[in-house]
Design a binder for this molecule. Structure first.
Ligand code: NFE
Length: 503
């Protein structure tokens, strides 16, 4: 039977999953990006220094990653020498955004896949938020609600966590996390100017001076976020893992892993990074070569040539192209399917022994859960790898503040060159993000973005290989083929952002 799940809820943009199910097993899955945007087209002919502003509008969730990738690409194109403070400020802005994003993802975008919201009916306390939630759920279940209790109900049928205390605790954290996310965003905005679209991120550094009082405010906000990560987020992830151990082996993608590395530890873009870059194909780890990335469009709604290199990218929409089923392109590395995101970031770092804290945390949690590194390629693996990233990033940011040279330069001084080209690569929360800029006669001649969800939610490529998410769905056993809570959990574990994917 054929079952379309769409639009998949609790994620950004319009994603549908078209499945074929035989004997309760998914035998085929198509990841369908249902919208077109075209940022790369509208950037052409503009002032290059508009790019880090305009590309942030690709997304309201991960805007800073786009601003940073664009700044890196332009630094590369203009040959800028960034002062150490400038790079640190980039890291402080981007790092706080990662923390916000992981909490948003776990609590608001996927927690309710596991947490039983009806447990709130047994709540006897007086927390006003929880009492309100209890009233909503009660009214919804009695079909007497004057407005739907979304996003809490209705929900898919399936098994949820059975322990009332864990459920009610997680619901409390769901609400608390909103305040904590606000604090993370406030921290970014101290140096970025505002959230979501920072005005101060610039090629060559940041336009906001890092003063002692701003650094102190940033520090106290990150300390609160860090506290929440350790006391609530990690225990809640472990509780989900304990209740659903099968999900250590459900949702495995069948391809390699790609990470561009996150946060340079020095002012140069090729400095060692907090999280290493690399490409893992089978057991082989290699350094990333941007020239090995091609974007196929055989099944994408574009009539531009398929398999173009990033710097040659084209975008000619073709609504009625036969056999095409998505507005998302299909990026491939040396022709291979890649998963990007938290699991890729952690595996690539762990296997290169880059960050001691990553190694310790992976070993610790793997030991507690009784899993191997291979199990990180799974629904729970993605959740755990996000949490590990959050712990490492929060600690790093607190140290990074101390490295600011108060009173020192925080922006490179430069005149825009007439022409130039450059790549900028970073890790957005959802994975490897690449921007490319070519400047001619002081104007943008070409701008290309290869975005995390484009990798993960790509349709099939020219060789008919399914994308990472598609491959993770195929072969999954579903208890109720009409609803497929399992598929929803798999999709949500990738945290797709379709706004970004089609950009
Ligand atoms: Ni719109 Fe994004 C992240 C980027 S995902 S959220 O993280 O880049 O493709």
């Amino acid at each position: 039977m054929k079952v379309d799940i769409g639009p998949v809820t609790r994620l950004e943009g319009h994603l549908s999953i078209h499945t074929t199910v035989e004997n309760n097993v998914i035998t085929n899955a198509k990841s369908v990006g249902e919208m077109f945007r075209g940022f790369e087209v509208l950037l052409r002919g503009r002032d290059p220094l508009d790019a880090q502003q305009i590309t942030q509008r690709i997304c309201g969730v991960c805007p800073y990653a786009h601003g940073i990738a664009s700044s890196y690409a332009q630094e590369n194109a203009y040959g800028l020498k960034v002062p150490p403070n400038g790079r640190i400020l980039h890291n402080l802005i981007q790092g706080a955004n990662h923390l916000y994003d992981y909490l948003l993802h776990f609590y608001q975008l996927c927690g309710l896949d596991f947490v039983d919201v009806t447990a709130i009916l047994k709540y006897k306390g007086s927390d006003s938020d929880l009492v309100t939630l209890k009233d909503w759920v009660k009214a919804e279940l009695a079909s007497k609600s004057s407005f739907p209790a979304a996003p809490f109900l209705p929900r898919l049928s399936g098994r949820y966590i059975s322990d009332d205390e864990i459920n009610i605790g997680a619901l409390k954290h769901y609400i608390e996390s909103l305040e904590i996310q606000k604090k993370a965003n406030k921290a970014s905005a101290i140096f970025g100017g505002k959230f979501p679209h920072a005005t101060a991120i610039f090629p060559g550094g940041c336009t906001q001076e890092p003063t002692m009082d701003y650094l102190a405010s940033y520090r106290s906000l990150i300390l609160e976020v860090r506290d929440f990560i350790h006391k609530k987020y990690i225990p809640d992830i472990l509780a989900v893992a304990a209740a659903f151990p099968k999900y250590w082996s459900i949702g495995q993608s069948r391809g390699g892993f790609l990470s561009f590395g996150l946060m340079p530890l020095g002012p140069e873009l090729d400095s060692k990074r907090l999280f290493a870059s690399g490409v893992l194909s089978g057991k082989r780890m290699a350094q990333v070569d941007f020239d090995a990335i091609r974007e196929d469009v055989k099944y994408s709604r574009y009539s531009s040539p398929s398999g173009l290199k990033v710097k040659d990218g084209e975008l000619i929409p073709s609504v009625h192209k036969s056999n095409a089923y998505s507005w998302v392109k299909a990026p491939r590395y040396q022709g291979k399917v890649m998963e990007v995101g938290p699991t890729a970031r952690i595996l690539v770092d762990y296997l290169q022994n880059n960050n001691v804290q990553v190694r310790k945390l992976v070993d610790k949690f793997a030991g507690m859960a009784g899993i191997q590194a291979d199990n990180l390629n799974s629904v729970l693996g993605r959740h755990l790898c996000r949490a590990i990233t959050a712990v490492v990033v929060a600690d790093f940011l607190l140290d990074e503040i101390e490295r600011i040279d108060i009173g020192g330069l925080y922006m490179a001084q430069y005149d825009l060159p007439r022409s130039g080209e450059g790549f900028g690569a970073t890790e957005a929360s959802r994975g490897a993000l690449l921007h490319y800029i070519r400047v001619e006669n002081y104007k943008i001649e070409k701008y290309e973005c290869v975005v995390p969800t484009t990798w993960n939610c790509s349709p099939m490529d020219d060789k008919d290989q399914s994308g990472a998410l598609e491959s993770a769905l195929i072969g999954t056993r579903v208890a109720n083929p009409e609803e497929q809570i399992e598929s929803n959990r798999i999709v949500h574990s990738f945290d797709p952002c379709l706004g970004c994917a089609v950009h």
